[in-house]
Design a protein around this ligand. Structure first.
Ligand code: F0G
Length: 454
């Protein structure tokens, strides 16, 4: 059969609500043209994030009742720890309430002014946490990774030459190297096993720990199976195990590839760092056998980790992103190619060439998508990344709009509706206007800034 169907049926449904364009116009004005300020009840299809928005399975809902809420030594923790270590065999597994808490703990250990942390591309919270402790966060993705139109099987790869050079020049200031899989800010693009292995070897040469920011590890592993010579006959589970065998530690948001609505962890091999991390955890999250989580969340993650490596699911998952990407491409909408793992990325610089980078073409397109169809998505461009630590403005490497697809949530007819909205926007693209910021906070401005049309 050539149709790849959703490998599940629906047991509980959640109504979504239609609004008119006039209503949405008033709502977006009230929200100061910032989509994070909308109430989700006023959104028809919510593609703001794939994080914490998965539909849970019957097995996960059943597992919730097994949750043991003991403060210390809960069996739920040990089931969670075993599920993590089956895929990622690190010595110490430290639960946190979500990914950024793991990042904050890690950065509190390695931070300090003058330090540098390389990554293929830091995501916003990763960058934010490192910068908050004085670290300069450097992105070293390959050149193909920042050209939306270039086709390359592993656009998330680290530029190995640049990494080697940075380590040769600045070794004393670099406490660790991070790799983000898939490369979220760079289009949800995967990293090859060869690149993970080579990055790990460079880290060994300079005696630096190598950590993986692992949110979408299963999607990355499935791309390796599909695209990297030698992996077609390996199971996704074996590929995942191999990916992590090259690393010294990981941070994780269980809100992505663990099908959980909340959760995360830090896992690592170094005993000294693990002890420092657990001390910090006790101060900010909770006792080491629950971190920031309930026992029931730990149970849910343990089940989710088994479901996420199911290859029927991954085939459907990757195809559903590709389906929208291909349809938009056919209309003429410039999309990041090839399709990423968790989201469709539209190149707003190319689609709205009349809007300069610092008038935020991505945000303007995201607002138009809401006005046209009640669809909410996120800008990943100069609105998110343009402001520099010294307060100046610099256009981001790309002006992308991300349609992040929640896991197991939307159907194919909803995907067709998204495509139809783009058809309409594409016809009238030259009428879309840029935006300016009327108020912004000191950091992470995309979440709370107020904007207005120019
Ligand atoms: N690292 C990456 C690559 C991420 O995509 C995220 C979250 C985090 C770390 C932080 O995890 O949200 O559990 O604290 N990304 C979400 C997104 C929010 O929409 O892409 P968290």
């Amino acid at each position: 059969m050539k149709t790849i169907i959703e490998p599940f049926r629906i047991k509980a449904v959640e109504p979504i609500h239609m609004t008119s364009r006039e209503q949405r116009q008033a709502l977006i004005e009230q929200a100061n043209y910032n989509l994070f300020a909308l109430q989700s009840k006023d959104v028809l299809i919510d593609l703001l994030t794939d994080s914490g928005t998965s539909a849970m399975s019957t097995a996960q809902w059943s597992a919730l009742m097994q949750g043991d809420e003991s403060y210390a030594g809960s069996p739920s923790y040990f089931r969670f720890e075993a599920a993590v270590r089956e895929l990622m065999p690190f010595k110490y597994v430290i639960p946190t309430h979500q990914g950024r808490a793991a990042e904050a703990i890690l950065s509190s250990i390695v931070g300090g002014s003058g330090k540098i942390v390389p990554n293929n591309t830091h995501f916003d919270t990763t960058r934010g946490n490192f910068e908050a402790v004085g670290v300069t966060a450097v992105d070293l993705v390959i050149a193909e990774g920042i050209d939306p139109s270039v086709d390359h099987p592993f656009k998330g790869n680290m530029d190995l030459e640049k990494l080697d050079k940075l380590l040769a020049d600045q070794s004393d200031n670099i406490p660790l190297v991070v790799m983000t899989i898939t490369n979220n800010a760079g289009g949800g693009q995967p990293v090859s096993m060869a690149n993970i292995r080579a990055t790990s070897e460079i880290c060994k040469k300079y005696e630096k720990p190598f950590f993986i920011d692992s949110c979408r590890f299963a999607e990355n592993a499935y791309f390796i199976k599909l695209r990297e010579p030698g992996y077609a006959d390996k199971s996704v589970k074996a590929i995942v195990q191999e990916m992590f065998s090259h690393a010294d530690g990981m941070t994780m948001s269980a809100k992505k590839d663990a099908f959980s609505n909340m959760g995360g962890w830090l896992a690592l091999n170094d005993e000294d760092w693990a002890m420092q991390a657990r001390n910090r955890l006790i101060l900010t999250e909770g006792f080491p056998t629950y971190g920031g989580l309930s026992g029931r969340d730990l149970e849910c993650i343990a089940v989710g980790l088994k479901e996420i490596i199911d290859e029927d699911y991954l085939q459907y998952r990757i195809r559903s992103i590709e389906y929208i990407t291909e349809a938009l491409d056919k209309i003429g909408v410039p999309v990041m190619k090839p399709a990423g793992g968790h989201a469709v990325f539209v190149d707003a610089r190319e689609m709205l060439p009349h809007i300069p980078a610092l008038q935020f073409p991505g945000q303007a397109l995201a607002v138009e998508l809401y006005l046209t169809g009640g669809i909410r998505c996120a800008e990943i461009g100069s609105f998110m990344f343009g402001r520099q630590p010294d307060g100046s403005e610099k256009p981001a490497a790309m002006e992308l709009v991300r349609l992040a697809i929640p896991r197991r949530v939307y159907t194919q007819s909803q995907a067709d509706y998204i495509i139809e909205c783009f058809e309409e926007i594409y016809r009238n693209a030259d009428k879309i206007k840029g935006l300016e910021i009327s108020w912004q906070p000191a950091a992470m401005r995309h979440f709370t800034s107020r904007l207005r049309p120019i």
